[in-house]
Design a protein around this ligand. Structure first.
Ligand code: CA
Length: 219
């Protein structure tokens, strides 16, 4: 799950990012609203965590712009302004949930897991192509009915390829699904993961388009 964290309090953002990464989320962090909107237009994350008090534009503006891009992208609003009026306003603008600062990290994680469950039940909870089945909710992968063990990143990679079956996935786009911004990624990382995945999957399940990327063909 890719989380876009929009928060100008660096200390809070760093602590949150670390916790989220430890829980298996991929986290991209931005401090400004305008940049966040550009980023969302370029690539839709799975979940947005949005602080309302941002240095350039107000978080409620960001929320409006997010809703123009996507009606159902889950947005969790973080705010110190917890007046009833603000809460009603934000919900009108399409926030899915609210958390008042200061909050417990455990509370935030609980809310995110609700989003995660909702997202994965909407998005291909179970998907089968040929002899390979993947279940995003239980993180199980099976080949001809036999469960196989994949690392977290192998799972994310296979999921990205299967959800986009029939469409070529470039190395760059796969990399952005597997890693947070600023994370050190060796240039052959995706190739290495693909190599390991292929050993566990039927022959030719993942096909290489030389110089472009990888594809799983729908059957
Ligand atoms: Ca703030």
């Amino acid at each position: 799950m890719q989380v876009l964290l929009i928060e100008d309090d660096i200390a809070l953002a760093e602590a949150l990012s670390q916790t989220l990464k430890n829980e298996g989320f991929t986290v991209n962090h931005l401090t400004h609203g305008k940049l966040a909107v550009v980023s969302i237009k370029t690539e839709l994350p799975d979940i947005v965590i949005l602080d309302l008090g941002l240095p350039d534009i107000d978080g409620t503006e960001v929320l409006k712009l997010i809703r123009r891009e996507s009606a159902d992208l889950p947005v969790l609003v973080l705010t110190a302004r917890m007046s009833l009026e603000d809460k009603v306003n934000g919900l009108d603008l399409g926030a899915d949930d609210y958390l008042a600062k200061p909050f417990e990290v455990a509370e935030l994680m609980a809310r995110l897991r609700v989003f995660e469950r909702r997202a994965s039940s909407l998005k291909h909870a179970g998907l089968s192509i040929g002899n390979v089945s993947i279940d995003s909710t239980s993180h199980q992968v099976s080949v001809i009915g036999q469960n196989i063990d994949l690392s977290r990143r192998e799972f994310m990679l296979l999921k990205a390829l299967m959800e986009n079956a029939g469409r070529v996935q470039t190395r760059d786009s796969l990399e952005s699904k597997l890693y947070s911004w600023g994370e050190e990624v060796a240039s052959n990382t995706i190739e290495v993961h693909i190599h390991h995945l292929r050993k566990k999957l039927p022959d030719n399940f993942i096909q290489t388009l030389r110089g472009i990327g990888y594809i799983v063909k729908p059957t």
